[in-house]
Ligand binder design. Structure first.
Ligand code: SF4
Length: 401
């Protein structure tokens, strides 16, 4: 047979899967311990036995996007904010095993007491969106806005999906945190702090441009022209001073690598293939996808919408595949489709697999606390200020919650 493809050799610029690794970008890929083999047939029994031995000392949290093999061991499931609050409501649990991603475990550490240890079973479970805004970039951008005379009339608002350092930045600078459930209420609050929606003040929204744009335009009635994109790799974010001065919302150039893949064409294709289908998407999707959909809301909203749907109704859902698959399995009386068949699971969330969970639980049984997530005191203090400002906001919009 004629060979048509010669595999390139590894180089620092091209790391072939499984051949080499880049320790700078793949923070914590190595686990300091012996992971069970993924093919070990006793993994389920080992996880159950270790969890039973730990009893009430351990509380296992499972994010909605987590794989089923892990979710089966979760004491509670939820989105990032619900899980952090659930963790805070269990002060008796010595260990919080967070089956989610790094920023979520940080939030749990901030909201739990110092004598509780938050464990992330694989330190490589990051979030590509959160990693798109690092604190030095954000502080540099804020300094540029200050130099341009804009920061004084601007309130920073960060999505829950951001590092603790970014949440602390918002706390220090009179800003707050928001979730996909309360982004509208939080953005209205931020405008009130800067002269009102009808004034000239601004909101600096981090790190998800899509949630920020969808909230500003669809929920608050601003125009697309009121929003500018801030690219941290360019001076003034790639804007002129005049553009920044005229903007009402400065959107950080970040996005979710899962939800950012859905396209308006996917909505059109599914409407043509499934007549009468209801299109339900997450607000991390792009503006043109959200405006083409019938319903938009957080993961909790999506779950409730499917639970409340009429038997026999047809739905196409644009969010993470593990959740869509679980909803389809749980509701066989409804026709449930995934919005785009080439979009895959959240790869970082999927780092937490059964071998990592078994390793984390068995380490705790053995008296070791592996992969403990610790947010330093100063960052905790200011991040908590930003989180508390969010918690003081009026109740969420029930239609989107
Ligand atoms: S789904 Fe998107 S926002 Fe959520 S953890 Fe994965 S990359 Fe981050």
């Amino acid at each position: 047979m004629t060979q048509t493809f010669a595999e390139p050799s590894s180089s620092p610029a091209l790391l072939l899967l499984g051949r080499r690794r880049d320790p700078l970008s793949e923070r914590g890929v190595d686990c300091p311990g012996d992971l069970p083999s993924p093919s070990d047939p006793g993994l389920v029994q080992r996880a159950a036995a270790a969890k039973a031995k730990l009893g009430n000392r351990v509380f296992v949290l499972g994010h909605h996007y987590q794989r089923d093999e892990v979710i089966q061991f979760a004491d509670v499931t939820g989105d990032s904010f619900k899980l952090a609050r659930d963790a805070a409501a269990r002060p008796d649990a010595e260990f919080i095993v967070f089956c989610g991603v790094h920023f979520m475990a940080e939030s749990a550490d901030i909201l739990t007491s110092a004598n509780q240890a938050v464990v992330l079973p694989d330190m490589a479970a990051g979030c590509s969106m959160a990693d798109m805004a690092n604190i030095s970039q954000v502080e540099d951008a804020w300094a540029q806005l200050a130099e341009a005379g804009i920061a004084d009339s601007t309130v920073p608002l960060t999505y829950m999906n951001s590092t603790a350092a970014i949440k602390a930045f918002c706390g220090r600078n009179e800003g707050a945190v928001c979730t996909s459930s309360n982004a509208e209420v939080a953005m209205r609050w931020a405008f009130e702090q800067s002269g009102g929606l009808g004034g000239n003040g601004k909101v600096f929204f981090l790190p998800d441009q899509h949630l920020g744009r969808n909230t500003a335009v669809i929920s608050l009635g601003l125009s697309l022209d009121d929003c500018v994109l801030y690219d941290p790799r360019k001076p003034l974010g790639g804007n002129t001073l005049e553009q920044l001065a005229a903007a009402r919302v400065i959107l950080w150039k970040g996005h979710c690598s899962v939800h950012g893949r859905f396209r308006k064409e996917n909505v059109e294709t599914m409407r043509a293939e499934v007549p009468g289908v209801n299109v339900l998407v997450h607000p991390e999707c792009a503006y043109d996808v959200v405006t083409a959909a019938d319903f938009v809301g957080s993961t909790e909203y999506i779950i409730r919408a499917i639970e409340d749907a009429e038997p026999g109704s047809a739905w196409v859902i644009g969010t993470e595949l593990n959740l869509v698959r679980r909803l389809a399995n749980a509701h066989p009386d409804k026709e449930i489709h995934f919005l785009e068949d080439t979009v895959c699971f959240c790869s970082t969330m999927n780092r937490i697999d059964l071998p990592h969970l078994v390793w984390a639980l068995e380490s705790l049984v053995a008296g070791d606390v592996p992969n403990r997530i610790v947010v330093d005191d100063d960052t905790q203090t200011w991040a908590k200020v930003a989180l508390d400002r969010m918690l003081a906001l009026p109740a969420n919009n029930p239609a989107k919650d």
